[in-house]
Design a protein around this ligand. Structure first.
Ligand SMILES: [Ca+2]
Length: 313
């Protein structure tokens, strides 16, 4: 297992993302756009019972010890290592986004990450992933790309950077949230997306491979405040430019694209089937610091922020 973790860590380490100066579009009126509390979370205040909704593919609230399974087995997490003082631990020492507990990452000075976890779900061509993140009061963003945060993978998988399909919810040292795609085994490859997005949609707000914010300006991540991220993907008809990618930040739609080639002609059977949470800070952390995650839901329809206020159960 150590060898595999090392391979995965090395694969992540070869991410090569050139930073570009941020060009922030003017804020648009998004009151008529889909978003906010119009999703399935609205039916489950505090997310209680949301995992039983027929549209939900996976839900984890960290209230109980997460189920752990063997590598690439369904029904639980694989490769997580939790425990007091380890890279990841469950905690009730900060107000949780939902319920009483959340997942704490103990990031050490000089390190790129402090743990990761994978979960297999029912293969699907349309996926929404929503989760919450919070960063400590004295949080210091590493001066470079990162973290790559939560991802959905699809099709043949060897490593996070070597697979048929990846979609990333990523953060940036300017406290911004973006969505990006990579398709290492497909026509555009892993690195081809930077040039493709720039040519088709214009410069990325942050990071060369991120989708621009074309709907509204996202809220910045604020220290000690839960930040809600939701990413939506609908894979394209094989060989067609009709895939969909959307990003909501705190319930507000900030990116929406409906003509994205997410499945090439050589991958007609490609579906998404794995969630990955593994914050990876390219330059390493400048100091020991702490950040948290909570209330992960992966579903086939729009989820939306927790209903009824944070922290209830
Ligand atoms: Ca929780």
């Amino acid at each position: 297992m150590q060898a595999r973790i090392l391979v995965v860590a090395m694969a992540i380490a070869v991410f090569a993302l050139a930073a570009t100066a941020a060009e922030i579009p003017s804020s648009a009126d998004s009151t008529q756009l889909p978003g906010g509390q119009t999703g399935l979370a609205a039916r489950y205040p505090g997310d209680v019972g949301i995992g039983k909704d027929p549209a939900v593919l996976m839900a984890e609230d960290f209230e109980m010890s997460p189920p752990v399974v063997q590598w690439m087995k369904p029904g639980g997490w694989f490769e997580p290592t939790f425990g007091p003082g380890l890279g990841m631990e469950l905690t009730d020492h900060v107000p949780a986004a939902g319920g009483k507990r959340c997942l704490q990452f103990n990031l050490r000075q000089g390190k790129q990450g402090s743990g990761s976890m994978f979960y297999l779900f029912k293969p699907s061509d349309t996926v929404y992933m929503r989760y919450y993140r919070m960063f400590e009061k004295d949080w210091q963003w590493p001066k470079g790309y990162g973290p790559h945060d939560a991802m959905i993978f699809g099709g043949k998988w060897t490593a996070p950077t070597k697979n048929d399909f990846s979609i990333y919810a990523d953060f940036w040292m300017s406290a911004d949230t973006v969505v990006r795609v990579a398709t290492a085994n497909q026509k555009l490859g892993y690195d081809g997306w930077g040039a493709y997005l720039r040519q088709k949609y214009g410069p990325s707000p942050v990071g060369a491979q991120a989708f621009p914010w074309n709907r509204s300006k996202p809220e910045k991540i604020e220290p000690m405040k839960w930040h809600c991220v939701e990413v939506m993907v609908k894979l394209s008809t094989p060989g067609k430019d009709d895939g969909i990618v959307k990003l909501w930040v705190n319930g507000k739609l900030v990116s929406e694209y409906t003509d994205v080639p997410l499945r090439d002609a050589g991958h007609p059977d490609l579906l998404m089937n794995m969630f990955f949470l593994g914050p990876y800070f390219h330059p390493g952390s400048g100091k020991d610091q702490t950040h948290w995650a909570d209330q992960i839901v992966v579903a086939t329809s729009y989820i939306g922020p927790i209903a009824g206020g944070l922290g209830r159960n």
